[in-house]
Design a binder for this molecule. Structure first.
Ligand SMILES: [Zn+2]
Length: 209
């Protein structure tokens, strides 16, 4: 008991330090979560590095910023999509609409809203790494909804840094949004490519947190 009393202050310190570490997003901003879908996570068809950690950090970020709208961008392919090997593309089949692989990770499900969920890669003939032109169930694009929300800044997390995160962030930035990419919330196809992409983004003037 004496020992417990001795360590209690340190325990509280450790806990409060942990809370302080979670990023506070600026008021007026939104969070865009890219492709945190089962096929990109752990043992999925296109499982990426740091994917479970990215999902866990995304959840932490959402919970630490309850007033910030969360928008989900989701790869959502037909079974014969052009990006699949059988059609001459570079990737194994992944995120086929209606399969578990295309679902958002269950730990993030409580934060999913239909009007803030944007599917991309739905046209069999078009590869679409960027979520910028993704559409929600009502047919509105991510860009349109960001304008409706009067978002001033956009924080981006997701999978994979080198492809869909980079392209989404780049399109958002070109459209005039202040984009901040949050490194702890990223997963990648290859770590080398991830590091190179982040350094290119820093050079290009992105904020990488
Ligand atoms: Zn895809």
């Amino acid at each position: 008991m004496k020992n417990l009393i001795k360590i209690l202050p340190f325990l509280f310190m450790a806990l409060s330090c942990n809370t302080e570490k979670t990023l506070k997003m600026e008021t007026g901003s939104v969070l865009v979560v890219v492709d945190e879908l089962y096929d990109f996570i752990k043992d999925g068809a296109l499982a990426c590095g740091h994917s479970l950690e990215a999902v866990a950090y995304t959840k932490e970020l959402i919970e630490a910023n309850p007033d910030i709208p969360v928008l989900f961008v989701c790869d959502h392919h037909p079974a014969d999509h052009c990006s699949f090997v059988a059609q001459g593309g570079p990737w194994p089949p992944h995120c086929v609409a209606g399969t578990r692989g295309a679902e958002i990770h269950e730990s993030l499900q409580p934060y999913v809203m239909e009007e803030l969920t944007f599917n991309k890669g739905c046209d069999p003939a078009v590869e679409q790494y960027s979520g910028f032109d993704g559409r929600n169930a009502a047919g509105e694009s991510l860009a349109q909804v960001l304008t409706t929300l009067e978002a001033t800044g956009v924080y981006v997390v997701g999978i994979a840094t080198e492809y869909c995160v980079y392209n989404t962030a780049n399109d958002l930035r070109n459209a005039g949004f202040a984009v901040k990419v949050v490194e702890k919330g990223l997963g990648y196809v290859e770590e080398k490519g991830h590091v190179e992409t982040l350094s290119k983004m820093r050079q290009d003037g992105f904020t990488v947190l």
